[in-house]
Ligand binder design. Structure first.
Ligand SMILES: CC(C)(COP(=O)(O)OP(=O)(O)OC[C@H]1O[C@@H](n2cnc3c(N)ncnc32)[C@H](O)[C@@H]1OP(=O)(O)O)[C@@H](O)C(=O)NCCC(=O)NCCS
Length: 143
């Protein structure tokens, strides 16, 4: 496993993010009922719950060198002040089942602990139709 570095995804990374999303069409289909669309990366960067401030959302990338290995959609103070919400953690198809999901989540925990001091709880939701893929993974991470 290569070392991962976590940083905010920016406009320059949109193509890499779109490629990651398209690498695992099954995930998007299980969530939405449809294959990935061509602007899914843009949507992921923009979408946030109504009423949540723009700067309370961050999309982080876990990079091995220049390669985007995993993406995390993270909300600060949602649904309450002391909670951070993981909207998505997705590992590139070519890199799944090698420990990158676990490592990415460890980096996310460290990010939250060091930059968002008021956060006491990490929260997420698993969509029913994706439960077989996601539940075991999140239980292994302590959820
Ligand atoms: C879910 C996902 C993020 C896991 O990432 P990954 O890199 O494949 O997982 P890892 O190799 O880091 O696995 C970490 C641990 O979880 C366990 N695990 C992973 N998937 C599992 C499953 N379906 N059932 C039981 N355990 C599972 C692994 O065995 C491993 O255990 P270990 O640490 O004891 O060895 C990845 O499969 C993915 O991106 N899926 C598509 C998107 C998605 O469904 N995301 C989650 C919803 S937000």
């Amino acid at each position: 496993m290569e070392e991962l570095l976590l940083r905010a995804i920016d406009v320059q990374d949109v193509d890499g993010l779109q490629e990651l999303i398209e690498s695992d069409p099954g995930y998007t289909e299980r969530i939405t009922g449809y294959p990935p669309g061509e602007s899914d990366a843009q949507s992921l960067l923009m979408m946030r719950p109504e009423g949540l401030a723009e700067d309370a959302k961050i999309v982080l990338g876990a990079f091995a060198g220049r390669d985007l290995v995993a993406v995390v959609d993270l909300l600060r103070g949602f649904p309450n002040e002391h909670t951070a919400f993981i909207g998505l953690l997705e590992v590139h198809w070519n890199h799944q089942s090698r420990g990158y999901g676990r490592t990415t989540y460890e980096l996310v925990q460290r990010y939250v602990e060091t930059t968002w001091p008021e956060i006491r709880t990490m929260r997420l939701a698993v969509v029913d139709t994706n439960a077989q893929v996601a539940t075991g993974f999140w239980q292994r991470q302590g959820f």
